[in-house]
Write a protein that binds this ligand. Structure first.
Ligand SMILES: [Zn+2]
Ligand SMILES: [Zn+2]
Length: 364
């Protein structure tokens, strides 16, 4: 049993409460990780108002392995790891290497329980839901499945603090471009919405050699950041009609678009601005239940596809992203602003208001 300090959601929509909890010893295929940092992601802020409490959220962790279950071979105590979403490893999608589309993704990541219905976390009031996106690392320690840890390679940098968000936000944006769209040199791309996920997509498009790379947002400072990360042009959607703006830059139509806004009108404009064989990747759902597209906009060979978690295999893709980061080609650490763990509610507020692109909690 390990005593941890955790930020617990006690009532929907209320601030998190930092309290002591007890964690189980890791089961045979589980790992106990002492967290160094954890990013705050929109999936956390959505869950604040929806997930049945009590629950520990947090799913962009970086830390050090403290203990391993008896059957774990992937890591040893002392290893630096990133933590990421859970997948079963046995279904057809997992066996095909399409793990973000695991048949059991929802129950493994959003039930708050292990597959057998148990939780590794207890508080003075009883069991606490955890295992959120395979992690629940708004806490000093987390018990995670072996498949949810990715070893940070030697030389990736001794400072784990900026690396937490690689396990969700950064791999989601970069993976959409590099794994799912497989955008190539001189292909044209627009990234719609340049928060943390969109900015990671912009940086990845620059790595892939895309041109032009258009960043679209309503916040001028984020468009400036997008330019610094490799966008060759920006469109302020408050001032410019989006469809016309995209057409003006790429009259023949875009090869690719990545939507991070979840706004149906934005997706519709982006799909309309694609070339006849272009593809629009949607990385998250928005507020509306429906996305309505004209027959003509998709019949002409266009593709609209959803992408979960960047569509890659974290054990393969995260080390690649860390290598790019180390070489200065994926400089997403400049999006990060640090908060002490005790300021978790301020960090969440900074994410919700958009004041900070990527708040990261650090533990000391
Ligand atoms: Zn699976
Ligand atoms: Zn996330």
């Amino acid at each position: 049993m390990t005593v941890a300090r955790a930020a617990v959601l006690r009532a929907r929509g209320e601030p998190l409460v930092i309290e002591e909890v007890e964690l189980d010893e890791p089961r045979p295929f589980e790992v106990l990780v002492a967290m160094a940092s954890v990013g705050v992601c929109r999936t956390d802020t959505h869950a604040l108002g929806e997930f049945p409490p009590p629950v520990i959220l947090g799913h962009e962790g970086a830390g050090t392995v403290v203990a391993v279950g008896q059957s774990v071979t992937k890591v040893r105590p002392g290893d630096a790891v990133l933590t990421t979403f859970a997948t079963c490893g046995r279904c057809r999608r997992c066996l095909l290497g399409q793990v973000t589309y695991c048949d059991h993704f929802n129950e493994l990541n959003f039930s708050g329980r292990r597959p057998d219905g148990s939780t590794a976390v207890r508080s003075r009031t009883g069991p606490v839901s955890a295992h959120f996106l395979g992690q629940s690392c708004f806490a000093t320690h987390a018990v995670v499945g072996e498949r949810s840890v990715v070893v940070v390679p030697e030389g990736a940098g001794a400072d784990l603090r900026p690396l937490g968000p690689f396990g969700c936000g950064f791999q989601t944006g970069a993976g959409a471009v590099l794994n799912s769209l497989r955008a190539g040199v001189d292909s044209s791309i627009a990234v719609l919405g340049v928060g943390a996920v969109g900015l990671a997509a912009v940086a990845a498009a620059a790595v892939a050699g895309c041109a032009p790379i258009l960043a679209v947002d309503t916040a001028p400072e984020r468009l400036t950041t997008a330019s610094e990360l490799g966008a060759t042009g920006v469109i302020d959607a408050r001032r410019t009609d989006l469809a016309a703006g995209l057409r003006a830059v790429v009259p023949g139509g875009l090869d690719y678009a990545v939507d991070t806004t979840g706004i149906a009108d934005v997706v519709r404009s982006a799909v309309g601005a694609l070339s006849s064989r272009g593809t629009c990747a949607i990385v998250g759902a928005g507020a509306s239940d429906e996305l309505v597209l004209d027959w003509r906009t998709v019949l002409n060979g266009r593709t609209v596809t959803g992408v979960i978690g960047g569509g890659g295999v974290p054990d393969v893709f995260l080390p690649e992203l860390l290598a790019l980061h180390r070489r200065g080609r994926f400089p997403v650490d400049r999006l990060v602003e640090y908060f002490g763990f005790d300021d978790v509610n301020e960090a969440i507020a900074a994410s919700v208001t958009g004041k900070v692109v990527k708040p990261v909690l650090v533990f000391d």
